[in-house]
Design a protein around this ligand. Structure first.
Ligand SMILES: [Zn+2]
Length: 361
């Protein structure tokens, strides 16, 4: 028994060491998403963009292709948008709410029309977006299919959207105010990840708002934090797969981020390796707890070996499998029932082995 525990402790130590070794030098990265911009930018948007250019910091502009007020005037896009530090991403089509947003639970033909019209409009002006940010962060499975069909391979919504399409890349917003971003950067960071800040021009329209934004940009420069455009993640081959987003919803990382333990917090989108290792540690902790529980309470009880228990466990796993990505609670239930099923099978085999010599006698 002691050997088993020692083995688990050794595995945990290896994981912690591997994490430290690979992330000792890792820095926090930062992504700015400035939503609700139009091709013919207003003065608030211009001021914000000039601030980013002045401090040499990358920004992703969420462009609404169709401005309902100026639709017929065929405006030319602001030349500021073609600066090398700026990446234009598509932010919906008209930014008009239909159901829960502009792109969620609407008829398929309408969604297809909107995606095509949006990319066509931007293409006309020499803008070829590769990333899509849905208005109100609302989208569904079909949106992902349509984006992929139209050459958009990356989506930035929030952390709770559909992540079932493995052909897409995901970089959700995690932070929604400039002050919050300043506080997070000044906090502790032991593990690598990205802070994705989503802001809107209407949030930064007074002089004090602009000063606060400039304070953040100066802090980024002082702390030597790297700011990235969305497609740079692809060029650098940084893992922003669906798997990373799925692992972000596992119970242990969810708890660590929510309770802000060990420098984790909710505003950072942690690196794939970090969430992967925490996921492994979570499996180990659950296995240890369930095995110890089983040995202490169930080993001597014959009811645990009955087929009825096995059928119940199997049915439980089958019901939970499709829901395991919905939330951290389902993920926890899924892992627990899988381990319980394995323990039950092992228990049954052990009892069979013991009962064979008895029959032979
Ligand atoms: Zn918007």
């Amino acid at each position: 028994m002691n050997r088993v525990i020692l083995r688990y402790v050794f595995c945990l130590a290896v994981c912690v060491f591997a994490n430290h070794a690979t992330h000792a030098k890792s820095k926090l990265q930062m992504v700015f998403r400035l939503d609700d911009c139009y091709l013919d930018s207003d003065s608030a948007t211009k001021k914000i963009l000039r601030l980013f250019i002045k401090h040499n910091i990358a920004v992703n502009v969420g462009m609404i292709p169709c401005n309902p007020q100026l639709f017929l005037q065929a405006q030319h896009p602001d030349t500021l948008y073609f600066h090398s530090q700026i990446e234009i991403i598509m932010h919906g089509y008209r930014h008009k709410k239909i159901t829960e947003g502009e792109f969620k639970n609407i008829p398929y033909w309408l969604m297809r029309q909107k995606v095509r019209a949006g990319t066509d409009t931007l293409n006309e002006y020499g803008i070829y977006p590769l990333c899509f940010a849905p208005p109100w962060n609302a989208y569904d499975k079909r949106t992902l299919e349509l984006l992929r069909e139209n050459g958009l391979y990356m989506i930035s919504a929030n952390e709770f959207g559909d992540r079932s399409n493995s052909d897409m890349l995901y970089l959700p917003a995690t932070c929604y105010s400039v002050q919050d971003a300043i506080d997070q950067i000044n906090g502790k960071h032991y593990f690598g990840g990205v802070l994705v800040l989503l802001i809107h021009p209407y949030q930064i329209n007074t002089q004090s708002d602009l000063l606060l934004l400039e304070k953040l940009l100066l802090l980024i420069k002082n702390k030597n934090i790297e700011t990235l455009r969305f497609t740079e993640f692809v060029k650098r081959k940084q893992n922003i797969s669906a798997e990373r987003m799925k692992l972000h919803h596992q119970p242990l990382i969810y708890g660590l981020r929510k309770l802000q333990i060990m420098g984790f917090n909710q505003r950072i989108y942690y690196d794939y390796l970090v969430v992967y290792i925490i996921n492994l540690i979570e499996w180990m902790i659950l296995i240890i707890i369930l095995v110890l529980f089983h040995i202490k309470f169930c080993v001597t009880k014959s009811y645990y070996t009955t087929y009825i228990v096995g059928i119940v466990l199997l049915l439980g796993v089958m019901i939970i499998i499709p829901k395991r990505e919905d939330s951290y609670r389902w993920a926890l239930l899924y892992k627990t029932s899988i381990i319980a099923l394995f323990i039950w099978v092992n228990n049954l085999l052990q009892l069979r082995k013991k009962s064979i010599p008895k029959q032979a006698r």
